[in-house]
Design a protein around this ligand. Structure first.
Ligand code: 5GP
Ligand code: MN
Length: 342
């Protein structure tokens, strides 16, 4: 059984701080995903419902498949409206940092946040949280930050504010970060949380459709190119490498978020236990790794590609072009495979 850590003291400190109406800012990581956006908006609605003045500031905009989430239009993307975002951050009394473990995960927002002299709380499920957070609800055993926010509702006394829109936001992050309840991180508790959210009226068919059936024609064609011409399968090693160049992206009218989830196609091949996806950006290559079972990949990315994440799903980057990134990865692959359990 998965026994959640006791966050009792942190809850008590937060409860005390939130006894009077506060100005709260919520921030999350760069290129926010379903869990980042879902947990930020879910917490925003909860705290607003409890009488606080709450603003969500994003490093950059949410991907289009999340556009329908209640409250997203209230969130301020720092890359589009930096002055407004700074003003909101500057007046906050409490800064909630959701779904990331270190301050360098917030992109350009990092500098604006470093100047703030406010109480900070971390709510997150990644490995090795920054020890600078004095107030932290950090639990790597939780499949999603949304699950941690849902777990706060009872002990924090926010039950009166839990409604359909809160539940819809939190359920969305549960679904996206658990791979629709199929990754190892999905626990019986996850299912109980999902059930409690459904009790609030979440329209699960609508949520799953909005998440899964949001392909543009260009994205599907890009996926077609990736699988047909940009995939290397090392069957004996159980490894798949997928790569897209800047030109590939440009040719298919690439939009932010379009390559989200592509890495999982590698893992869907019979006998494959490691999928590596390389996507070329203007001055670096983004690398995503996914693995199966007890084969952990996060440390490898932390050691060699300035990255991190979770045991079975992690990311990193390489300064340079696509070919050099792939060559470096191949060079290091024996080291990574040596860590693979037999
Ligand atoms: P993805 O491969 O989908 O970008 O990310 C998978 C997981 O790894 C996510 O939980 C994400 O937060 C984490 N991650 C992705 N890129 C980085 C990175 O550069 N640094 C760290 N520390 N974590 C990352
Ligand atoms: Mn997450």
């Amino acid at each position: 059984m998965n026994i959640a850590p006791d966050h009792g003291r942190t809850y008590a400190q937060l409860r005390h701080f939130l006894e009077v109406p506060r100005r709260v800012a919520i921030v999350t990581h760069y290129n926010p995903d379903g869990d980042a956006i879902g947990s930020s908006l879910g917490l925003m609605h909860l705290l607003r419902g409890m009488g606080h003045d709450v603003q969500v500031v994003l490093p950059n905009s949410a991907p289009s498949f999340l556009n329908w989430l209640p409250g997203l239009s209230d969130a301020v993307p720092f890359d589009k409206r930096p002055e407004h975002a700074k003003e909101l951050l500057g007046r906050a009394e409490l800064l909630c940092c959701l779904d990331f473990n270190r301050m360098d995960r917030v992109g350009q927002l990092q500098e604006a946040l470093s100047n703030l002299n406010v109480q900070r709380v971390l709510i997150d499920h990644h490995q090795d949280p920054d020890p600078a957070f004095t107030l932290a609800i950090s639990d790597t055993g939780s499949c999603a930050t949304c699950q941690l926010v849902a777990d706060m509702v009872g002990p924090m006394g926010w039950g009166a504010a839990l409604d359909k829109q809160v539940a819809t936001c939190l359920y969305t992050g549960l679904v996206t970060d658990s791979g629709s309840f199929r990754f190892r991180s999905t626990s019986p508790h996850t299912m109980r949380v999902a059930a409690a959210l459904m009790d609030q009226g979440v329209e699960i068919e609508r949520v799953h459709q909005a998440i899964s059936d949001d392909n543009s024609v260009e994205r599907l064609r890009l996926l077609g190119l990736l699988l047909a011409e940009r995939m290397t399968v090392l069957q004996e090693e159980g490894v798949v490498m997928l790569m897209l160049s800047k030109e590939d992206l440009e040719r298919h009218g690439h939009r932010p978020g379009d390559t989200e989830g592509f890495v999982n196609y590698g893992l869907s091949i019979r006998g494959i236990r490691l999928s590596a996806f390389f996507v070329e950006r203007h001055d670096h290559v983004k690398l995503s790794l996914r693995s199966k079972g007890t084969f952990a990949v996060d440390r490898f990315l932390r050691d060699h590609f300035d990255g991190g994440g979770h045991a079975n799903a992690a990311g990193g980057q390489f300064k340079g072009g696509l070919d050099a990134a792939v060559a470096r990865f191949k060079e290091l692959l024996p080291e990574l495979l040596a860590q693979r359990p037999v």
